[in-house]
Design a protein around this ligand. Sequence first.
Ligand code: PEP
Length: 253
Amino acid sequence: MRKPLIAGNWKMYKNNNEALELVRELAPLVADLDDVEVAVCPPFTALADVSRLIADSGSSIALGAQDVYPGDEGAFTGEISPPMLKALAVTYVIAGHSERRELMGEKDGFVATKVRAVLDAGMTPILCVGETLEEREAGNAARKVEGQLAADLEAVEAAEVAGMVIAYEPIWAIGTGKTATPDDAQGMNSAIRRWIAASFGDDTAASVRILYGGSVKPGNAAELMALEDIDGALVGGASLKAADFAAIAGFKA
Ligand code: PEP
């Protein structure tokens, strides 16, 4: 049985104090949600204090990071290593978000090294994949996503994939207010699961959690989360308001 994960990607929003305030507001709202895992991914600058707040308050909110550099330590100015995140009790690390692929030029080979490095440090990657509008309209969405999966999971064993999280995020639906239709979202998530089954085996495919991301809001979460191959959501904009994010996380409650 796959426990749904609702993860908030705060992007470059919330300074340290604002991040603490948001977690203080969110924690009681999600405290009783036993059948859903809730995670927040604040900016790096807030991770240490948010981690301490979660631990001190006994909240079950999991902590995630939005990115990582694939090296343990070294002369990589401005970068953050997997062991540094692990030391802050980070559980999840987003890898290959489309904003990093598009704005920072990150390629699949680099994303693959991040996925490997996160696993080596004992954390769980949330690997983001998704197509552009042009690729979807040209009928190339599945090919694009499967190509990303093949490249980004190249150095990963089946048992590791089983514990991973994959987020299908159509690029045209991120931050645009446009959500994939339930048919499109379920269609791609099930295509991803079939690809995982063919590449890593049926047991792995049955275990891996596949999220949907792209303008998920309180008003559309329940419909999306009810779909067979959608095991939760990666939420951007709506994760910045405690009430909205809690309403998304409580889709079943
Ligand atoms: C995201 O950034 O991963 C995302 C899904 O953003 P939004 O929910 O704002 O579309």
